[in-house]
Design a protein around this ligand. Structure first.
Ligand SMILES: O=C(O)C(=O)C[C@]1(C(=O)O)C=C[C@@H](O)C=C1
Length: 371
């Protein structure tokens, strides 16, 4: 509630003042924050810190430099509430940018250096949403984002599936036979495993596909190519040596749309729910957990297990030698039902009876159209 109050206050105040008139709007925001703080208590300081500093000027300056948001920028701006601002990981030309624009066609796509930065920029009101890859049909799960879903308190409010078509890019005048190395995001390299092996290229993983293209272009490399999109080729002035080099034409990456607040789940269209839980150790416990859905004819579309980092190993309970006996895991499950559906509510109530931890990450409409 406090955050909502502040956000509407800030947009009212900043709307009153000209963009250059930061001093008076900051003074007014400060006094408004003091009165809100009296009403809402100590939750304010963190949010206030992000409002008090120079607002969009630093973001505009940052965008002019065309550099992605880094953690150092997280504390000094706030979304001005005009166009929806959507964070993605990577630089201009990344598939994540295209996915963000597909999810919100008129959005302002905001590049972030790391996945963590994208999560934090939503939490600190720098942007309104984040669109982050969670799995790919060839490369599998993006484990980092599964771990971050648990570490942060954002909600999944949607998903978008994007058909990824990789190109082999190089500087003009460079031929395929001149290449010795290729740069790209590890997921992209994995999706083009066969092609890159046939070409005998040494792979080097970098933060994102478009960043790889940008580096090859800026450094005018003649023995190194990049695996990236055709959009990245035109943005950074590279030549497309080969198109559709992914190992399978059906190369789809599923992205999650993350927000500070959950959506109200409905039953008016197909919904999906994502949860994460952990279980006691024991024979058949996982079977029992999955049975709560099977018994109610609820279809599971994804199961992912990730180490329980706070307690990665579990000592054996027979007390022998005290050596850890089990790896402790978290289970991430997506199922095809809305949390507005009583059947899904009963399934989770049943799961809660023997799960040691359970959190609903989001209940959101199934993405149906393809790019
Ligand atoms: O590097 C990019 O262009 C991204 O958008 C990242 C990413 C990913 O993390 O999987 C997104 C889609 C593709 O699967 C390849 C890379």
């Amino acid at each position: 509630m406090a955050a909502f109050v502040i956000k509407s206050l800030v947009s009212q105040i900043t709307a009153k003042h000209s963009p250059s008139d930061h001093t008076s709007s900051r003074i007014e925001i400060k006094s408004a924050l003091i009165s809100v703080k009296r009403r809402c208590g100590s939750k304010i300081p963190v949010l206030a810190a992000s409002i008090h500093s120079e607002n969009d000027q630093s973001i505009e300056a940052q965008k002019k430099k065309n550099g992605p948001l880094s953690s150092s920028h997280l504390s000094n701006s706030v979304s001005n509430g005009s166009r929806l601002r959507v964070a993605y990981q990577g630089v201009r030309g990344a598939y994540s940018e295209s996915a963000a624009q597909k999810a919100y066609p008129n959005c302002e796509a905001v590049p972030c250096e790391q996945f963590d930065t994208a999560f934090e920029s939503v939490e600190r009101w720098l942007v309104d949403r984040a669109v982050l890859p969670i799995e790919n049909s060839l490369g599998g799960s993006i484990h980092r984002n599964y771990d971050l879903l648990l570490r942060h308190r954002l909600h999944i409010v949607g998903e978008v599936k994007y058909a990824v078509r990789h190109c082999l890019l190089a500087n003009h005048g460079v031929k395929v036979e001149d290449l010795k190395r290729v740069l790209s995001h590890p997921q992209a390299l994995a999706q083009c495993e066969n092609t890159l092996t046939k070409l005998g290229l040494v792979r080097e993983a970098v933060d994102d596909t478009a960043g790889a293209a940008k580096h090859v272009a800026l450094q005018k490399l003649e023995d190194t190519g990049a695996v990236a999109s055709s959009a990245a080729a035109s943005i950074y002035g590279l030549n497309i040596l080969a198109e559709d080099i992914q190992d399978d034409s059906d190369n789809v990456t599923r992205f999650l749309i993350l927000a500070r607040e959950p959506i109200i789940p409905g039953t008016d269209r197909p919904f999906k729910t994502s949860i994460v839980f952990s279980l006691e150790e024991g024979p058949g416990v996982l079977f029992k957990a999955l049975a709560v859905f099977a018994l109610r004819q609820i279809n599971l579309t994804k199961i992912e297990s990730r180490p329980l980092r706070k307690q990665p190993l579990r000592a054996s309970d027979d007390g022998n030698s005290g050596l850890p006996k089990y790896f402790d895991y978290l289970f991430y499950v997506d199922f095809e039902a809305s949390m507005a559906d009583e059947n899904a509510q009963n399934a989770l109530r049943h799961l809660k009876e023997f799960a040691t931890f359970l959190r609903v990450l989001g209940s959101y409409p199934v993405h149906t159209s393809m790019v």
